[in-house]
Design a protein around this ligand. Structure first.
Ligand code: SAH
Ligand code: SF4
Length: 401
């Protein structure tokens, strides 16, 4: 079965077109992963259980799914044997399919995953001495076409469903052998919504998924250990803080309109001032919980000392509780930019640091398996930047962005 890839406008103040699949599972079963506990109760009741039974079963099933990592009703020992075939016929507990799993020499792992309707997406796990970070995707592809980003050259886009977002975290737990869920000694300690896609263009699904990830009875990760990265979808930022409450990272990448318009085309819609104002108003941001500003280092494009000074000026002007993450550009085949030299990056970092703002340089991880930032894109989808631009122009997407 193939996805419905017709262009559909995203509801709300924005009109970036997104091809969106409304594809039910081929087997007609209801996916229980990603449903809030009360919705599990509801679907059980709708399928015929009486209210009391539905409530009890929902509680038990939830526990098996999120605390024990079980995906088979047969393994649920406190559910009556006679009821299991009934559950099996109607419901399913699935993970995204794993097409390929790779491990880098530095321990970084990358998974190529597939949705039930056949779309590829990726997930990356980055182990460090004191933490392990899972980089989770929110969409298959991305509508925003940032010029340095490989994901932005993927044409096909569909939003990932809550099950597919929570499912990534569960798959990682499977692979790391971290069931039953216990807060001690876990390898997977942090989550960043920095894989494929723009999470704030899939707000409802990302919210529903992260609620389960943060639920103390669910996957139990603290909101302080979850970071959502946006390229600057200004109208959704306040809701992100209010309704999800995770840490915010903003892909700033440039300090002038000219350069940001070029490398992050969404800037034509929401400019730097508007974006930084939204950051200053971000609910929950303070000196103990800073906003991360991601800044990709592109040779002779955005990496001068003047750029660094302007960055400092902007962050101070808006009184932002900020830290800056300097990301050396990871080139990919067909990309038009080069990475800044190490000396340039050091000089840039020093200027920001001397102004009292932390500005670490992010070391690229998993380069040998193409797992580094912005490289997430499946081989099947490789296209030349120029082709994409022609198609986008033909569809009028450039005007919308
Ligand atoms: N769409 C969201 C989140 C996914 S992108 C956003 O843009 O914030 C996650 C991060 O990867 C962003 O900071 C992005 O700028 C960075 N990135 C993309 N392409 C890259 C590349 N080629 N090299 C290094 N970082 C890249
Ligand atoms: Fe999309 Fe983020 Fe890549 Fe830009 S950097 S194209 S918003 S995934």
């Amino acid at each position: 079965m193939s996805a419905d890839t017709k262009l559909m406008p995203i509801p709300g103040p924005d009109t970036v077109p997104v091809p969106r699949a409304v594809v039910p599972r081929a087997d007609g079963k209801v996916e229980l992963v990603g449903l809030p506990k009360d919705d599990i109760r509801r679907v059980l009741e709708e399928a015929g259980l009486d209210a009391r039974q539905a409530k009890l079963r929902a509680k038990q099933i939830w526990h098996w799914i999120y605390n024990r990592g079980v995906s088979d009703f047969e393994a649920m020992t406190d559910i009556a044997k006679a009821q299991k075939p009934w559950l099996n016929e109607r419901f399913t507990i699935t993970r995204p399919d794993v097409v390929e799993a790779q491990v880098s020499v530095d321990g970084t792992r990358k998974w190529l995953l597939k949705t039930h309707d056949g779309h590829d997406f990726e997930m990356v796990f980055i182990p460090d001495a004191d933490r392990g970070t899972l980089c989770v995707s929110s969409q298959v592809g991305c509508t925003l076409n940032c010029r340095f980003c490989h994901t932005g050259t993927m044409k096909l886009v569909r939003n990932l469903e809550p099950a597919e977002i929570v499912g990534q975290v569960m798959l990682a737990r499977d692979a790391l052998g971290e069931w039953p869920s216990s807060p001690d000694g876990r390898m997977l300690t942090n989550i960043v919504m920095m894989g494929m896609g723009e999470p704030l263009y899939n707000f409802d699904n990302v919210k529903q998924a992260l609620k389960i990830v943060m639920d103390g009875d669910g996957l139990g990760l603290s909101k302080r250990r979850i970071t959502l990265s946006t390229s600057g979808v200004v109208p959704m930022m306040e809701r992100c803080g209010d309704e999800i409450g995770v840490n915010l990272a903003v892909s700033l990448h440039a300090v002038t309109k000219e350069v940001r318009d070029e490398i992050v085309p969404l800037n034509k819609k929401y400019g730097i001032e508007q974006l930084l104002e939204a950051c200053a108003a971000y609910p929950g941001a303070n000196n103990a919980r800073r906003i991360t500003f991601e800044y990709i280092m592109l040779k002779d494009k955005n990496d001068s000392d003047d750029d660094a000074r302007e960055l400092v000026r902007l962050l101070k002007h808006y009184e932002l509780p900020a830290k800056v993450n300097l990301i050396p550009f990871n080139p990919w085949e067909g990309s038009e930019y080069q990475t800044s030299t190490p000396e340039r990056i050091r000089s840039f970092s020093n200027i920001v640091f001397e102004a009292g703002i932390s500005a670490p340089v992010r070391t690229p991880r998993g380069r040998d398996i193409d797992a580094a930032c912005g490289q997430l894109k499946t081989a099947a989808e490789k296209r030349k930047r120029a082709d994409l631009d022609r198609e986008a122009a033909a569809q009028g997407l450039n005007d919308a962005a």
